[in-house]
Design a protein around this ligand. Structure first.
Ligand code: GAR
Length: 202
């Protein structure tokens, strides 16, 4: 049976688009039932509208407190009744209550080979550290920041003369295949979490 997925995105939404395209191509057995965004001007909204996906804007700035925002976000997520919540460039840290509401049902993509370079500006951190290999990680979301069980990773070389932007572009290309692949495996019921390890069933 097709899974219901809801995507959370804050900006450009190119990873969201990769997932829309993979659903459209029949690669991911799912229906995208909602885009939830904290940014009323996110380009991801246009992508959703083009694909006929309902949009819910939970604008952080329109709430009197972080708690009120979190409550509204949780309500929007519950209303989506998704089997999987996909964080595709959602740039706000989710509160523990939200994370705890969907155990094993939320995945995130991060533009670094975790556990290195968690948090913001991962590609800049990689350049500043002088690493020779960088990449992206798709992982389950738990209460730790960017440290939930890893589903898959893809790596790219860091080349002489790279800056944050050229490295980010090279990583992004890999994100666009890694994320749909991980979402597909979830939707095919092939992922099994055993402690920190995610096993992929054949
Ligand atoms: C992606 O590179 C994603 O890995 C990153 O934001 C970008 C969103 O691009 N996410 C994080 O840094 C999360 N900590 P997109 O809006 O074009 O998908």
């Amino acid at each position: 049976m097709k899974k219901r997925i809801a995507v959370l995105a804050s900006g450009r939404g190119s990873n969201f688009q990769a997932i829309i395209d993979a659903i459209g191509a029949g690669t991911i057995p799912a229906t995208c039932v909602a885009l939830i965004t904290d940014n009323p001007t996110a380009y991801a909204i246009e992508r959703a509208e083009k694909a006929g996906i309902p949009v819910k804007v939970i604008d952080f700035r329109s709430f009197p407190s972080r708690e009120a925002y979190e409550r509204a976000l949780l309500a929007a997520m519950q209303e989506a009744r998704a089997d999987l919540y996909v964080l595709a460039g959602y740039m706000r840290i989710l509160g523990n209550e939200v994370v705890r509401a969907f155990p094993g049902k939320m995945v995130n993509i991060h533009p670094a080979l975790l556990p290195s370079f968690t948090g913001l500006h991962a590609q800049r951190q990689a350049i500043l550290h002088g690493v020779k290999v960088a990449g992206c990680t798709v992982h389950f979301v738990d209460e730790s920041l960017d440290c939930g069980p890893i589903i898959l990773q893809k790596c790219v070389p860091v080349l002489d003369g790279d800056d944050e932007d050229t490295l980010a572009d090279r990583i992004l290309e890999q994100e666009h295949t890694a994320f749909p692949e991980a979402v597909r495996l979830f939707c095919e019921d092939r992922l099994e979490i055993a402690g920190r390890t995610v096993r992929v069933r054949k």
